[in-house]
Ligand binder design. Structure first.
Ligand code: R5P
Length: 319
């Protein structure tokens, strides 16, 4: 049997190693070297043959977004020129996903640009997790599997067995996502009515649904500066919610996020490891659950030609 060949670039090293462990003797991380030169240029060297092989690059395009993206593009170019058969990019966090439309005149659609760059370099298939807007998958003319962190978050909360539970979306845009988690936890849904008077400022104007006397899990795809989620948690408390838990797939955690979350009224902040956090960004209320098993199962499905939707069944989760 052919081994599954993984490539670990700079941003997802721990997750790649965990995925390899999940895949056991079926997989190996290829010997590659990533150089960052003094002038800012990057070189990715493949230290072994990839001729006629399927290769899986694992790299989130998180901060530093442009460096991590460039590493991917250069690695793909090296693979292409070395006659790899099929190149799959596993990008647990897809950077630039929030620039998916022209919200104002003369704005770019940067996620489309990123899709074009990846395809032009030679990526044959993309796997990502909870991409900010599902329609971004349509920016590609190659297969894109948008997996989800919700099964992992749902299992974490199932184990806590929280009574009188309501799942809350911190804004209208996240209602479908929150509904999926609510279904998995057999809980009702509430939605926060949020406004953004200016970028990175979140204002709560109301709450749709019943949260008084309820324990609440507020779920989002990502926490960036923490403004949305901290304002939401405060509004829930003011409406009489009991314990509040915060959950998200992507811990972007920029600027004041960690401080805001630690000082928020929430009991716990549960995130996945699609973005690797340095020790300095870990705080007492933070819990990290791993995407390793789900992504390993996804890679196996692709490698052996099985439906990736079966991965969700394995995790007892309805998409
Ligand atoms: C917005 O649509 C996203 O789903 C997140 O709610 C948002 O990006 C979080 O940003 P911040 O943490 O800075 O409020």
């Amino acid at each position: 049997m052919e081994e599954i060949k993984l490539i670990s670039l700079s941003s997802s090293k721990e997750l790649t190693e965990k995925i390899r462990r999940q895949l056991g003797s079926k997989a190996r991380i290829l010997d590659t070297t990533v150089h960052h030169f003094a002038d800012g240029e990057i070189l990715v060297e493949l230290n072994e043959s990839v001729r006629n092989s399927n290769v899986y690059i694992i790299q989130s395009t998180s901060n530093p977004v442009n460096e991590n993206l460039m590493e991917v593009l250069i690695c793909v170019d090296a693979l292409k020129r070395s006659s790899a058969k099929e190149i799959t990019l596993i990008t647990p966090y897809f950077g630039y996903a929030r620039q998916d439309r022209r919200a104002k005149p003369r704005q770019p659609i940067s996620s489309k640009l990123v899709a074009d760059l990846l395809q032009c370099a030679g990526v044959d298939r993309v796997v990502t997790v909870d991409i900010h807007a599902n329609q971004i998958t349509g920016f590609f003319n190659i297969p894109v599997d948008n997996m989800s962190g919700l099964p992992i978050l749902a299992n974490y909360f199932k184990a806590l067995n929280i009574p009188d539970l309501t799942v809350v979306s911190p804004d209208h845009g996240g209602a479908v996502r929150a509904r999926k988690l609510a279904n998995a936890l057999d809980a009702p849904l509430a939605v926060i009515d949020k406004r953004r008077p200016k970028p990175n400022v979140a204002e709560v104007t109301g709450i749709l649904g019943d949260v008084e006397g309820r324990n609440c899990i507020m779920v989002d795809d990502m926490i960036d500066t923490g403004g949305t989620i901290a304002a939401g948690a405060k509004a829930l408390k003011e409406k009489g919610a009991k314990d509040i838990y915060i959950a998200c797939t992507h811990a972007v955690f920029s600027g004041p996020a960690c401080e805001r979350l630690q000082n928020s009224v929430a009991e716990k902040v549960v995130v996945t490891d699609t973005i690797e956090l340095p020790e300095a960004k870990k705080f007492e209320k933070l819990e990290i659950v791993s995407m390793d098993e789900l992504l390993a199962a996804t890679i196996e499905s692709i490698e052996f030609g099985m439906p990736v939707t079966d991965v969700f069944t394995k995790f007892d989760f309805k998409e």
